[in-house]
Design a protein around this ligand. Sequence first.
Ligand code: C5P
Length: 229
Amino acid sequence: MSQAAKVLTLDGPGGAGKGTISRLVAERLGWHLLDSGALYRLTALAARRHGVALDDEPALERLAATLDVEFLAEADATRILLEGDDVSREIRTEQAGDAASRVASLNGVRQALLQRQRDFRTPPGLVADGRDMGTVVFPDAELKVFLTASAEERARRRYLQLQEAGVDASLSSLLKEIQARDARDMQRSVAPLKPADDAIELDTTSLSIPEVVERLTEWLAQRGLAPET
Ligand code: C5P
């Protein structure tokens, strides 16, 4: 791990806006971006492709350790390749998120992905988006933020995102899925979703994306990690 590279960790439940906010903050600072959830989504997708059951821990651990993935930064998104195929859209479905949270509850899989995540920490800095960035992967991060929003608001945001993408969805079933995934992520024995002791919690329920980005940039500036705005 390169100690020279600064890290901002953004953890929290699904739909709190971490993905968009991480990307915007990373762009503003010129830092690298780690979308750790994508690694769990990719492991689950690789399992489906290779006919591996989602509870076969040794096989999933091997898959995670040898995962052939590429993250290609493009103008306003990251293109994600699995074994050379563009799976950027395929890994974003609710089903892929659900499968990801199942493989993510296995300690062997988490251990297999640990070093791969730490390798993203290169100068000048890294914005790390996930569930255990501040607690497990980068415990010495310079700034740790835990983003939350009410489950209803997160379901509403997800619904609007899907509508924009032209995907049919029902608000009530999205809310149920979000609540089930939260429960699984918070109750698992390995790396459960919880704020690090030294994390700042930010409830984004009534904040816009630019307001959250502004708040984070201020906190970074106060710590000398980003220029004053
Ligand atoms: O953030 P995203 O929705 O892409 O994550 C998908 C799933 O991967 C989460 O529900 C969670 O179970 C798992 N995950 C995790 N640790 C991370 C990131 C994601 O367990 N650091």
